[in-house]
Design a binder for this molecule. Structure first.
Ligand SMILES: Cc1ncc(C[n+]2csc(CCOP(=O)(O)OP(=O)(O)O)c2C)c(N)n1
Ligand code: SF4
Length: 263
C-alpha cells in the first residue's frame, strides 16, 4: 500500500516548540508567513522585524534573519532596514494590535504615509495577550478584559480603531487588506493576501491585517474562540481588500500626488 503525505512541516518553520497557548492563531499566522517566503524562494533575502507582544519570539520559529524592535517601533526599524540594505531584500514586520495600534500608532501611520516598501503583518486579537489580557485599541464595545471588567465603555475609552480603514485614507499605500484566521477556508484566503503583499512590496507600502484568536485572554476554548471571532469581530472588522494597485479609492485619487506648489 502506498502512503501519500497529505500535510507536512513547512520547511521555513524551525523545529523549536512554539510557546503560544493552545488554539492561539499566532502559530497559524507564522506558518502562512513561512509558506509564502518559502514559495517565493526568498528566504536568503528576507528580514523580519518582531514586535513586543506574544510574538516577541517570532525569530525562533520562522527561519529567516530577524531583528527585534522596541515596543511599537517595528515599522521604524523596518524603515531603517529598507533604506540601508540592497533594494532586492524583502522586509516584513509582524505586530500585534497593542504593539501596532496603541504604543506604535505613530510609527505605522507615518511609515504608511511615506510609502515605505515594506510588508506589515498586523495580528489583531482585540486584546493585549502577552501582558494578561488588557484592553487594546481594537477591543470591541462591551468586551470584557482585565482592564474593562464591566465591558469596554466606548463613552469613556472610545470605539475600536479600524486600522485598515484608517490607513486607507492615505495616498501612498499600494496594498491594504484584512483577512481572518477563523477557519481553514479563511486561512487559505488570508495566505493569498500575504502573498499579494509580498509580491507588491517592492512597489510600496503593503499591509495585511489578520483577525486572530487569543483563547487565554478571551477566557474561551480554542474552538469557542474561532466562533467568537466570527460572531463578534467580523461585524466590526470586515474582511476585504481595501487598496490594490490601479484601484485607488476616490478619496485618494482626488488628491493628485504630483501636484506641487508652483511659484
Ligand atoms: C514601553 C513598553 N510599554 C508597555 C509594555 C508592556 N507590553 C508588552 S506587550 C504589550 C501589548 C501586547 O499586546 P499585542 O501587541 O496586542 O500582542 P499580543 O500579545 O496580543 O499578541 C504591552 C502593553 C512594554 N513591554 N514596553
Ligand atoms: S496570551 Fe493570547 S495571544 Fe498570547 S499566546 Fe496566549 S492565546 Fe496567543
Amino acid at each position: 500500500m502506498t502512503e501519500t503525505l497529505a500535510f507536512g512541516r513547512t520547511p521555513l518553520l524551525t523545529h523549536n516548540y512554539m510557546h503560544y497557548c493552545p488554539g492561539c492563531t499566532h502559530g497559524v499566522a507564522h506558518r502562512l508567513v513561512a509558506e509564502v517566503i518559502d514559495e517565493m524562494g526568498i528566504q536568503d533575502r528576507t528580514i523580519g522585524v518582531s514586535p513586543v507582544g506574544c510574538a516577541v519570539l517570532a525569530y525562533n520559529y520562522i527561519d529567516v534573519d530577524f531583528i527585534e524592535a522596541a515596543h511599537g517601533r517595528a515599522p521604524a526599524a523596518a524603515t531603517g532596514l529598507r533604506r540601508t540594505l540592497p533594494p532586492d531584500r524583502y522586509i516584513f514586520a509582524y505586530q500585534g494590535d497593542g504593539d501596532l495600534a496603541s504604543i506604535g500608532m505613530a510609527e505605522i501611520v507615518h511609515a504608511a504615509n511615506r510609502g515605505e516598501k515594506l510588508t506589515i503583518i498586523f495580528v489583531n486579537n482585540a486584546i493585549y495577550g502577552m501582558t494578561g489580557g488588557q484592553m487594546a485599541p481594537t477591543t470591541l464595545p462591551g468586551m470584557k478584559t482585565t482592564t474593562s471588567p464591566g465591558g469596554r465603555d466606548v463613552a469613556q475609552t472610545g470605539h475600536p480603531i479600524r486600522v485598515c480603514e484608517l490607513l486607507d485614507t492615505l495616498v501612498a499605500p499600494v496594498f491594504i487588506a484584512r483577512g481572518s484566521l477563523s477557519s481553514a477556508k479563511n486561512t487559505i484566503k488570508a495566505k493569498k493576501l500575504l502573498r499579494q503583499a509580498f509580491d507588491l512590496q517592492h512597489q510600496g507600502f503593503t499591509f495585511v491585517e489578520l483577525l486572530s484568536t487569543c483563547p487565554t485572554g478571551w477566557g474561551l476554548s480554542p474552538t469557542d474562540s474561532l466562533a467568537w471571532l466570527d460572531r463578534n469581530m467580523l461585524p466590526f472588522f470586515p474582511t476585504k481588500t481595501f487598496r490594490e494597485p490601479g484601484a485607488m479609492p476616490e478619496h485618494t485619487a482626488a488628491y493628485h500626488p504630483d501636484l506641487k506648489v508652483r511659484d
